[in-house]
Structure formats: C-alpha cells, structure tokens
Design a protein around this ligand. Structure first.
Ligand code: DGT
Ligand code: CA
Ligand code: CA
Ligand code: ZN
Length: 583
C-alpha cells in the first residue's frame, strides 16, 4: 500500500461529495488531507503506527481514523458508501480536463449521463447545449477534453514541455513589438510533470490580437480552444518536436502588470493563496494585475517589488509550493538554494566502454564548457550485460586509461569510477579488491525492484555498508509516467547514509528525477549529502544537469549539502575518510 492510493481515495471522496452537492467545507477538508499526504515524505502507515498522523496539516481526529481504517483494512467505508451513490462510469467523466464535479452533477442529474459514451451522445445530439451554462462552445471544449483524455495520459514530462515551450516562444518572437516572453506555471517551477504550458507575452495591448493569432496559427496547433484579444489557448501536437499532446495557454500582458501576472500565473495556487492572505492582512489586494491599496496600484511591474511590498524576501519559483517557504521569506531566512554554477563536477556518466555514445575526452570537453573541474567515469558493471557492462579485466584497463588521459589534461581531474550493480542480496558486482582501485563508486539497483519493502531496503543498506560505495544512484528506480518507485523505507536509508558516510544521488535525467524533491529535502534535513548527476550516456546528456539542479532546489538543497559542489581535494578526502573508518 502506498501514499498514492490513499491520496486518490481522499480526492475521490471529495469529488463524489461535490457531485452529490454536499457541504463545500467538508469537501475541502478531504482535499486538504489529500494534499498533506502528497506533500509528506513519510509513509502514512508508519505515521499511523507512531501515532503521528495528526502532525499532517489538516488531519484531525476524524481524518486520522479514516486513514487508519485504510491502513488496517485497505478500505474506507465512507468512500465505499459514496461510490454506491453514483454510477461507476461517472468517475471517468470527472477526469475530463475542464469538467469539474458541478458540471458532472449537471449532466448526470439532467441528462442521465453515466459514462463517457453517454457524454459523447449528448454532445452529438446537442442536448447538452440545452443545459444552463453549457453552450456550443463549452460542448466543443468537452469533446476535445474527451479526445485529449483518450489520446494522452495527461501530464507530460518536464523536458518535453520545455522543448515545446522553446519552439513556441521562438515562433512568437517574430511578432514585431513584443517586448518579452516568459514561462509561468508548473514549467517555471520545474515540476516533474506538466499539466499544461503557461506562457506570458509582454506587449502593448494593441498588439494582443496579432500575438494571439500568430500563436494559434503555429504549426502543431491542432485545436484552438480560445482565441481573444489577450488570451489564447491551443492543443499542441507536433511530432517533429515531441510525441506528446499538450494544452498551451498564452496571455498578453501590459508592462505595468507583467510582474503581477508572472507571479500569479507561476503559482503554485497554494503559494498564491498564502500571498493573498498576507496582502489582505496588510489591507492590500493582490491579483494578476498588481498589488493594490484601494484603487491605487502599489506594485505590479516586477515580481520583486510585489514580494518586497508584502514584507517577504524574493522567493525563487522552484520554492513556490507552500512548503514552508512563505514563513521563511517572512523571516528573511530562505535557504541559499544550489545553483548550477556551484557545481564543480558530475559524478555519473557512461562512455563507449559500456552503453554510452561518446569517448572519455568528449565528455571532458563538454564538462569543461559547463565550468566543471572534474568528472567521474562510471560505466556499467558486468551484471548489466545488456548495457555491455565491464568485467574486472575491462574495468581495470579502463582505470589505467583514465589515469593516462587525466595526466594529459591540465587543471581538470578525471576520476576512475564505476556504476556497480547492487546484486539481489545487497552485495556488489565487483570484489572489494577491485573496488579499492577506483576513485569514486556509484552503486545502483537495475533489476528485481518489485520485492517487498524490507527486502528492498535491506538490499540498499547492505550496499551502503560497503566502504567503497560512495553514492547510491537513482535510489528509488522510478521512471516518471512509466515505472513506480521501488518500495523503500526512505527514513531507514537516510539514517544508514549518515552512519556510513554515503551520499544519495539526485539523478538529473528527466525520466528519473530520483531522489525526487521531497525525498531530497528529507535527506539534507537529516544531514545526508546529495550528489547531483546526469547519468549522461552522451555529451548532450551532460546538459540535463539543469533538471537535477531544479529538483534539488525544489528540495531546498543548498551548496553545502552537495558533494559535487566540493573542490576535488575535499571530495577525495571525503572518500578516503569512509575507507579509513570502515576498512
Ligand atoms: P499544471 O498546469 O497542472 O502542471 O500546474 P500549474 O501550476 O501550471 O497550474 P495551472 O496551469 O492550472 O495554472 C497556472 C497558475 O495560475 C497556477 O500555478 C496558479 C495560477 N492559478 C490558476 N488558477 C488559480 C486559482 O484558482 N487561484 C489562484 N490563486 N491561482 C490560480
Ligand atoms: Ca500549467
Ligand atoms: Ca494553464
Ligand atoms: Zn548510469
């Protein structure tokens, strides 16, 4: 059982209650609990055992009882009873973007719509348009929503969203008079997946229509969902850019409001709610047009002046999730989050020796362009046979080669490492004698991830106990939108990481982002060092470090928490220390 299941159940309870027209306050209390569970790195089953459920925001006695009921029985009676009250297929109708519980209730009660097929039927025969608030336009949007739901899995990965956003902003720059163009929403906050892409264009109001028309005419604009003077919205799909289909919203904003709009549309919604509360305590009003005292706009041109007038230090977008950043900003105590320029090296990458596509020297060249002072070469070990993993002989040959190349490159260090497989019992693919010849060892699980929590966790613990293992790479093994994380006891792993002086990786691969933000935060708060790496398989992969940095920032990671932000000398003595302590 995982937190995700209980989050879904609580949200479903709220949705069904809303469809049934129940009290909004109670509906929201369920949503709050779902959100609190989503935000916590802790396992709810464990929180229950430790009698700590009520430490979650919004969880009182009743919700705690419901969570316990689920942990014990795998069910919640209220949930079951609610599901009895609506047709099965109605939950599918609820998943359509833009169709909230109130609309679902309307089509169900008035037109007997019980599932997606029924919904299609009332759209086709236009009977939906007879309902109050459901014109031809809304009907069309719903139909597109159904198609969208059927054609894509919904949220797309960060790097795909970024690729699309870059093409669109590039296209829009052709409009003469457009001053500035920026990303907002979850893309700017660098969330791991993106629901829709939000873009803001700063321009004179008179240019609005031209900008929106240019936007909706872009190649790949499959459907125009909205097209007005200041706002346009399209469904974008262009296979030559990316296989995903995604909604893109563009808003044209005047210079006076640009900061306010950028702040508002960057979100998150939860962060914005907190800001508006602070504004109202100061007898001010905050919206997407500016910060107002009565009718007078007191800030709006820049985000900085808005935060300042609210008495907050500027909150970087990656922190805007209402995870404590507002309180810290009030006290001027925001963490100095890690920047890409703080990194001194990348500790995880592959070359042609295993499944990489470039040579060691190619990787060095790009690493130097990125401003690094060192890299660690980590090809796969022999158990990863499909990845052409190195056996002992090939590894030791590579070590020699790395040392040779290292001697020929000035002012830069190439370390000889390995991404050694953690075997089923937690031992490693190479003997300690072989590992002792390496400079920095990354250890990973690549197979058998389905085991139970205890077994998985013990496997990682045992690997960390090896004196030569310096970092566990992509610790949970998840693949975003493709593979669930391994069931692991992250708390125990973190404790062992401290005890054994082992770092945990934040993999920058946009498919992984592993550790993820909340786990990274949990690790650094406990005192574990993290290592932000790309796991690059070619020179281009090295540039994906931006996603790892963003994930680390979202976890409030600072420079002092990052092993590869250390100088090479410090890094080497850190490795030596573990060996001295445990051999
Ligand atoms: P997404 O698209 O699901 O990945 O997530 P976002 O955060 O991009 O959400 P989106 O596109 O619905 O809205 C963009 C931002 O606009 C959001 O982060 C905050 C702001 N916003 C949207 N709706 C509301 C709202 O009802 N209240 C407040 N305070 N802000 C909102
Ligand atoms: Ca969005
Ligand atoms: Ca949006
Ligand atoms: Zn790797």
């Amino acid at each position: 059982m995982s937190n995700k299941q209980i989050i879904d159940i609580f949200n479903e309870i709220a949705d069904v209650m809303e469809i049934l027209g129940e009290d909004g306050f109670r509906v929201n209390s369920y949503r709050k609990v779902a959100r609190a569970i989503k935000e916590t790195p802790d396992d709810v089953a464990e929180l229950m055992q430790q009698d700590k459920l009520k430490s979650l925001a919004g969880v009182g006695k009743t919700s705690a009882e419901k969570i316990s009921e689920w942990v014990v029985s795998g069910k919640i009676q209220v949930h079951q009873e609610l599901l009895e009250k609506i047709p099965n297929g109605l939950l599918g109708v609820l998943k359509i973007p833009g169709l909230g519980p109130k609309s679902v209730a309307a089509v169900w009660k008035n037109l007997n719509v019980e599932n997606l097929d029924d919904l299609r039927r009332v759209i086709d025969d236009k009977s939906i348009e007879t309902l109050q608030g459901f014109g031809a336009k809304k009907s069309k949007t719903i139909l597109q929503g159904i198609e969208f739901l059927e054609s894509s899995q919904g949220r797309i990965q960060l790097h795909h969203a970024l690729a699309i956003a870059e093409v669109i902003t590039g296209w829009l720059r052709q409009v003469h008079g457009l001053e500035r163009i920026e990303y907002a929403g979850s893309l700017r906050r660098c969330c791991e997946t993106i629901g829709d892409i939000d873009i803001l264009a700063e321009a004179d109001e008179a240019l609005g229509e031209e900008i929106i028309q240019t936007f909706t005419a872009i190649e790949g604009s499959q459907d125009v969902l909205a097209s007005g003077k200041t706002k346009g919205s399209i469904r974008y799909h262009n296979p030559s850019v990316c296989a995903d289909t995604v909604q893109v919203d563009l808003r044209v904003i005047s210079a006076e409001s640009m900061g306010a709009a950028w702040q508002y549309f960057t979100g998150s919604k939860e962060h914005n709610v907190r800001l508006r509360e602070i504004a109202s305590k100061k007898k001010l009003k905050l919206n997407e047009y500016g910060l107002f005292k009565g009718e007078k706009c007191v800030a709006g041109k820049t985000e900085q002046e808005i935060y300042k007038k609210l008495g907050l230090s500027y909150v970087p977008p990656t922190l805007r999730e209402d995870r404590g950043e507002v309180e810290l900003a009030q006290k001027n105590k925001l963490p100095q989050i890690i920047q890409q320029s703080d990194l001194m090296g990348d500790m995880h990458m592959h070359t042609t020796a295993s499944d990489g596509r470039n040579e060691i020297l190619d990787m060095v060249t790009v690493a130097q362009q990125l401003g690094y002072k060192y890299i660690n070469i980590t090809d796969h070990s022999k158990s990863s046979a499909i990845a052409n993993g190195l056996d002992e002989t090939r590894l030791l040959e590579q070590v020699e080669k790395v040392h040779e190349i290292n001697d020929s490159v000035k002012g830069f260090t190439i370390l000889a490492g390995s991404e050694v497989d953690i075997l089923a019992d937690g031992t490693l693919d190479f003997s300690n004698e072989v590992l002792s010849q390496l400079d920095f060892v990354m250890a990973s699980i690549h197979s058998g991830m389905k085991g139970d929590k205890k077994k998985n966790t013990d496997r990682v613990l045992r690997a960390m106990e090896n004196p030569y293992v310096n970092c566990i790479s992509h610790p949970t093994g998840r693949l975003i939108n493709r593979r669930e994380p391994m069931d692991l006891d992250m708390k125990v792993i973190i404790e062992k990481a401290i005890e054994t002086q082992t770092a945990l990786e934040i993999s920058s691969s946009p498919h992984r982002l592993d550790l993820k933000d909340i786990h990274a935060r949990m690790a650094i708060e406990a005192g574990v060092l993290v290592c932000i790496n790309t796991d690059a398989h070619d020179i281009h992969g090295l540039y994906q470090i931006r996603y790892g940095i963003a994930t680390a920032q979202r976890g409030q990671v600072a420079k002092k928490h990052v092993i590869n932000a250390m100088t090479i000398d410090k890094l080497k003595s850190w490795v030596a220390e573990k060996r001295e302590k445990f051999i």
